[in-house]
Design a protein around this ligand. Sequence first.
Ligand SMILES: [Zn+2]
Ligand SMILES: [Zn+2]
Length: 470
Amino acid sequence: MNIDYSVLKKYPLCDRCFGRLYGKLIRSSNFDRGHALKLAKAIELEEDLRTALEKMNETPENSEVNPTDLEKLEEIKELMYALHKTGTSGIKLDLIDDIEKYETKFKNEAEYEKNEECDELCPWCKGIFEPENIEKVAENVVEALSEYEFDSFLVGTKLPKRFKELENEIETPFMESIRQEFGRELGKVVVPLIKRRVDKENPDIVVMVNPYNQKVTLQVNPVFIKGRYKKLVRGIPQSHWDCRSCRGKGCEKCNFTGKQYMTSVEEIIAEPFMDVMKGSSEALHGAGREDIDVRMLGHGRPFVIEIKEPKIRKVNLEELASKVNESGNVEIINVEYGVKKDVHFFKNEPHKKTYLAHVECEEKVSNEEVAELVKKLEDLTIDQRTPDRVSHRRADLVRVRKVYKAWPHMIDDYNFELKIFCDGGLYIKELINSDEGRTTPSVSELLNKKCICKFLDVLDVHDYEDAENI
Ligand SMILES: [Zn+2]
Ligand SMILES: [Zn+2]
């Protein structure tokens, strides 16, 4: 095992920091390890120095001293002086006859001395392990957390760049990072003060501290709340849209709200939650979205709302749900706490859908024709090229989707309703009007009459297995 003491000539590391360079060896404190290593070396050096001096003295008056012997002597004296300088007491400085030379050399060569912030402190730890410093950091942590409700937390240490660089430069394979040691020491003080669970996997709040300036920053993890929403009226988008004229800045057209639509499903759901939880922002993730003019009925559409950086995490979900439901426009049900991966699930799982479409034909249509249409639609594969109206935000390609079943309801000679159970991602308006042949087959094509979808409701978003049982 080679202990590299020469690092002490460049950086006057304290015992604790020198011991940390070999922190994975021997279960002792870094201070004890560093202290013992330095003492052992000092003993060895003292003996080496005596031997070397004796050898010099034995050199006959007129003969030259071997240059390598001289070099070796210099090296011993220099390291002895370095050990002395880094706090090893008991070094016999009187054995070093030309001590001024090392004093100057040390001063000039030690790079840390060139740094203006440098003082007599160890250049690695800079005194951060002093109890007053740890207490001050702990105090700042407690204060930063005081306005947040949380059950679990984790404290991390962030090293300023130049300390990280120093650490990289002097690293040994057995080193423990100063981050680890500081975290451990701070934990001893902070954990009893905070009296909350330390969670390394999924803490409510991550506290990052800079031990050198006592600054504390918080990463407050979001709260996820999931449920299903129904949109009971037409004319509301799922999420906020910027005003088309001013792009959100506010203009006469939007009455200086910056909004294209006065409200959205997202805003209606988010408001009561944000009021109580005092998040910095929020995001609604829905399992797909319906058009503005389409209602969402039945069992509703699954959603997760993410409340970012909440001050309050534990709320009465039922109470907040009924506040949302008071809007009369949006209703939420099955509301419960979720987890981050719900967002991914809702965004990526394909969900089959059931729709109710009001179809209007240009020509008269008979009961028999509609009955025939419904038969043809059963288990029918549809090739659907990206509709014109969404082509600006969707890739232009042909999607293959299936209609599984349809149920008719006649209204009059020109109008009928069609309940359609189909794959998610099938555009129903285009399924009916054929989108100028981009969707094939279509209701217009199958009836051989021009039809449009006058109204559309989503009756169900099936996110359960037996979607057949509708
Ligand atoms: Zn130190
Ligand atoms: Zn505007």
